[in-house]
Design a protein around this ligand. Structure first.
Ligand code: NAD
Ligand code: TYD
Length: 337
């Protein structure tokens, strides 16, 4: 039995990870530590409180006392740090909380992991640490780090800090850098859920700039299967890119959503570009494929339809979000454009 600290487990990817692990195996006891920011939602983990291998703690990863208490109480074997402020647009509006949570928070966790001698520490990083690509080429693990947004620079700091703890102290660190995820329970500030929900509400779909920016999409379950593999079988001190070779322009994604929902392309509205908008991300995932025998299992066309249908069938989930605390930001940012 391994005890595993999962931070940020009430967010989109972390909750999917916990749901996935606890439905497939009973040799992990998971402690989910989450601050429950606007993006954290325990509804993403419906029914899981009953599971004997699960405990939830509401708290902030920058709270060193709480972290020490939890490490003492549970003697974690593994730490997986999903917790982060995750939205580029918000980081442009105000960066401080990004550096608090993503950088200082990661530092607190690394220091505790070192003192308490955990077996493995997995830092969930992002392909955005590599910056932006031109029309050609892919990010490999040796591509220089060159982040462009406050979000990606805070993630790059955390990623490099984690690797430095391996180099300096021998802490058993692993880092994953994944491409853009999609799937159920993604907060409706990110491209895909935002566009689905706006389309369902016959609101305009705001596309930044010319809509030709490219992202490399991966279904969240494929990402989390890779996370599980890297944590258990990855080589200590290594970075693993994760991606599904699914490059799409934003306009292609939006048109596909409108088509699936039977809505008119007249809903599309081109708006002012995001400041410092990265043009293209694309991942070379050869390392994880050859070393760890991982490959994506979901085909984009099917998984995106599954995702759109999930939002159609789970209106209460997102209606509560867009009418609650988040409503004002959502209205200012998107609905009135
Ligand atoms: P999310 O915003 O949906 O969830 C983040 C979670 O972290 C929330 O539950 C929030 O409450 C929690 N959190 C934030 N600050 C915290 C703090 N200080 N202490 C404790 N909990 C805190 O994000 P997500 O999309 O699920 O992303 C999860 C991780 O994966 C992040 O580290 C992100 O950088 C990384 N990532 C995301 C993507 C993507 O496409 N979404 C791609 C690659 C990597
Ligand atoms: P996003 O989901 O915010 O992910 P990231 O910026 O981390 O890749 O955005 C994905 C792409 O969609 C990005 O190129 C910005 C673009 N975008 C829009 O055009 N309109 C929107 O309203 C949003 C949220 C994103």
């Amino acid at each position: 039995m391994k005890t595993v600290l999962v931070t940020g487990g009430a967010g989109f990817i972390g909750s999917n990870f916990i749901n996935h692990i606890l439905s497939e195996r009973d040799d992990w006891f998971i402690v989910n530590l989450d601050k429950l920011t606007y993006a954290g939602n325990l509804e993403n983990l419906k029914g899981i409180e009953e599971n004997k291998n699960y405990a939830f703690v509401k708290g902030d990863i920058i709270n060193g006392e709480l972290i020490d208490f939890l490490f003492t109480k549970y003697s974690f074997n593994y730490v997986i740090n999903f917790a982060a402020e995750s939205h580029v647009d918000r980081s442009i509006l105000g960066s401080e909380v990004f550096f608090q949570s993503n950088v200082i928070g990661t530092n607190v966790l690394l220091e505790a992991a070192r003192r308490f001698e955990v077996e493995r520490f997995l830092q969930i990083s992002t392909d955005e640490v590599y910056g932006s690509l031109g029309a050609e080429g892919l990010f490999t693990e040796t591509t220089p780090i060159a982040p462009n947004s406050p979000y990606s620079s805070s993630k790059a700091a955390a990623d490099l800090m984690a690797l430095s703890f391996h180099h300096t102290y021998g802490l058993p660190v692993l880092v994953t850098r994944c491409s853009n995820n999609y799937g159920s329970y993604q907060f409706p500030e990110k491209l895909i859920p935002l566009m689905i929900i706006n389309a369902l509400n016959d609101k305009k779909l705001p596309i930044y700039g010319d809509g030709l920016n490219v992202r490399d999409w991966i279904y969240v379950i494929d990402h989390n299967r890779a996370v599980e593999k890297v944590l258990e079988n990855g080589r200590i001190g290594e970075v693993y890119n994760i991606g599904a070779e699914q490059e799409m322009t934003n306009i292609q994604i939006v048109k596909l959503i409108l088509k699936h929902l039977g809505k008119s392309e007249d809903l599309i509205e081109f708006v002012k570009d995001r400041l410092g908008h990265d043009r293209r991300y694309a991942i070379d995932a050869a390392k994880i494929k050859t070393e760890l025998n991982w490959k994506p299992e979901f085909v984009f066309e099917e998984a995106i339809e599954r995702t759109i249908d999930w939002y159609l069938q789970n209106k209460e989930w997102w209606e509560r979000i867009i009418s609650g605390e988040y409503a004002k930001y959502y209205a200012e940012q998107y609905l009135t454009r």
